[in-house]
Design a protein around this ligand. Structure first.
Ligand code: AMP
Length: 401
């Protein structure tokens, strides 16, 4: 899908003095009133710096927390304005409303190159309802709309979708970078493509698996969800995490994979324990040798070696979810080893490796492999919906018409 990019637009057009509404995701984690992880602020810097340098008036829009349509002072974006100013080394203004006189007069006072944040969009109930009136009022504050928040693009809200209906709309630099990499991994990938999907449950990833089997050449299933697939093959998985009500669904997914020519790879050996605790006694065996009182908590060395051999042939890897209970040692080994192999191949330029989804990011950080991957999405829900093959409303709104 082709979409408009702000970087190209400012390269060909004078934006000095233009009021540019930029949707960012400043929903950062806080602990005791302090930002505990400023990744999302940093992600927005390239777009903000570019627009400011070109003399535009940059007006930032974001949600923060879940105030449910009411003004909730503890969820104000004002402290974020201070944190952003520090990162930019430049003053960042703040208007205590998303629209109306307060927003208008603050914007009227802006000089070319200035940056301002408008108050939490979710203080208005219309935001999450994608209310057209609210969208019109917010759009009236600017000349151009930029969305730089891929992580919020799976939602059709006023600031992610509605405003785009009233203004020329573009992808910010972070959004464009994310879309380009995701497209490289699953849109028009170089084959063979290997998808690695792990994590706890099949139930949360049915749509994702159904989409992937139609798109990739190999699908390696790991983690707790592999147990459900093994059980569907008639393997007794003992006390392992297993969704017995999804055995038919697992068989349907296997049949769909066969039909589409996608090879599903399940663990051929597993690491078991009677206790789910750090460093308990463990036993490595074939899945069907699992005892009635054991749990499968990680993939074994033969499975890791088989996966590495497929990675050697692959040109693209797309990864979501850990291959074992990686937070509890030693059940992190399969995830760590596979992440290191994928990272090393990506770093050597042998393949494209893209990963994403909440636990995946922490698992790859734990493996020390994150910086070697081609791209890691921190988008969570939006990344998963994209892996499910869904159209994201916030991205569709940026489509080149
Ligand atoms: P998800 O959020 O679905 O990606 O699941 C991630 C969680 O799955 C992590 O907390 C892992 O500890 C857990 N997990 C992975 N493999 C297993 C397993 N074999 N048994 C129990 N939990 C697992």
């Amino acid at each position: 899908m082709a979409y408009n990019k702000i970087e190209e637009y400012v390269g060909n057009n004078d934006v000095s003095g233009k009021k540019i509404l930029v949707r960012v995701d400043f929903n950062v984690p806080m602990q005791n009133g302090q930002i505990s992880d400023d990744t999302r602020l940093r992600a927005a810097l390239p777009t903000i710096e570019l627009l400011s340098k070109k003399g535009a008036k940059t007006i930032l829009l974001s949600h923060f927390g879940r105030p449910k349509g009411k003004v909730e002072p503890s969820m104000s974006l004002e402290p974020i304005a201070h944190a952003l100013a520090k990162l930019l080394g430049k003053n960042v203004g703040f208007a205590a409303d998303l629209k109306g006189e307060i927003a208008k007069s603050a914007i009227d006072k802006m000089q070319n190159g200035d940056i301002i944040i408008l108050e939490n969009s979710r203080f208005y109930a219309g935001e999450e309802k994608n209310d057209a009136e609210l969208a019109k009022e917010v759009a009236a504050l600017g000349d151009i709309y930029v969305n730089d928040a891929f992580s919020a693009a799976h939602r059709a809200h006023v600031t992610t979708e509605g405003v785009a209906q009233f203004l020329p709309s573009f992808a910010g630099l972070s959004m464009a970078r994310e879309l380009d990499h995701l497209n490289q991994a699953l849109g028009t990938p170089i084959r063979p493509v290997l998808a690695i999907v792990g994590g706890a449950k099949v139930s949360s990833k049915i749509d994702l698996l159904e989409n992937l089997v139609t798109k990739v050449d190999y699908l390696a299933i790991g983690g707790g969800m592999a147990n459900t697939f093994l059980a569907a093959d008639g393997v007794d998985v003992g006390k392992s995490l297993c969704e017995k009500d999804l055995l038919d669904k697992a068989n349907e997914i296997k049949a769909a994979a066969d039909k589409a020519g996608c090879k599903i790879l399940l663990p051929v050996d597993v690491v078991n324990s009677k206790e789910f605790a750090p460093n308990p006694p463990t036993r490595t065996c074939k899945p069907n040798e699992t005892a009635a009182d054991e749990m499968i908590l990680d993939a074994g060395p033969q499975t890791i070696a088989n996966l590495a051999a497929i990675m050697e042939q692959a040109k693209t890897i797309i990864w979501n979810g850990p291959l074992g209970a990686f937070e509890t040692p030693p059940f992190d080994i399969a995830t760590v080893e596979a992440a290191k192999t994928a990272g090393a191949l990506a770093k050597a330029g042998r393949l494209v490796a893209v990963a994403g989804g909440g636990d995946t990011v922490s698992a790859l950080n734990h493996a020390g492999a994150s910086s070697d991957f081609t791209f890691i999405s921190t988008a969570g829900g939006a990344f998963l919906e994209w892996m499910e093959g869904k159209e994201l409303p916030g991205v569709k709104a940026l489509e080149a018409k």
